[in-house]
Design a protein around this ligand. Structure first.
Ligand SMILES: [Zn+2]
Ligand SMILES: [Zn+2]
Length: 132
């Protein structure tokens, strides 16, 4: 019983941590944030729980940026700007794409398009400011 309680306490803390930030954290980021608070936390536990939340659809993974998987508390449709300088991930609100893009993709592949993912790359506002 004690084991179960400890288990869900870690689980809750990990989810709370991801939900507390819009920085699209990595597992390592979550781990280093929670370690002082939960000394017996392991990186493996963080990975396992994040994978489980992702599976459940509680959080999203936006894929790998610079070799590290990034997680997102937002599960509503939106896009991202990925900074090629500092690896920051910035939310971009959903926008309508011209219908022709999906039609063209369907034409080229002979498949049926049901959705799309759009990712912007470039510089975040901070890196843009320092490069002037
Ligand atoms: Zn940047
Ligand atoms: Zn996002």
């Amino acid at each position: 019983m004690e084991q179960v309680r400890k288990h869900s306490r870690k689980r809750d803390a990990i989810l709370r941590c991801v939900r507390s930030t819009d920085c699209h954290p990595t597992a390592d980021w979550v781990f280093s944030r929670l370690k002082p608070e939960i000394p017996d936390l392991s990186l493996g536990t963080v990975y396992r729980n994040l994978a489980m939340f992702k599976e459940e659809g509680t959080i999203l993974s936006l894929g790998v940026v610079n070799g590290l998987e990034r997680f997102d508390r937002r599960i509503d449709p939106h896009s991202h700007l990925i900074c090629q300088c500092c690896s920051r991930v910035v939310d971009v609100e959903a926008m309508d794409l011209p219908e022709t893009i999906c039609q063209e993709a369907a034409r080229q592949t002979g498949g049926a398009i049901t959705g799309w993912k759009l990712q912007f790359v470039g510089l975040c506002d901070k890196c843009k400011a320092t490069q002037k």
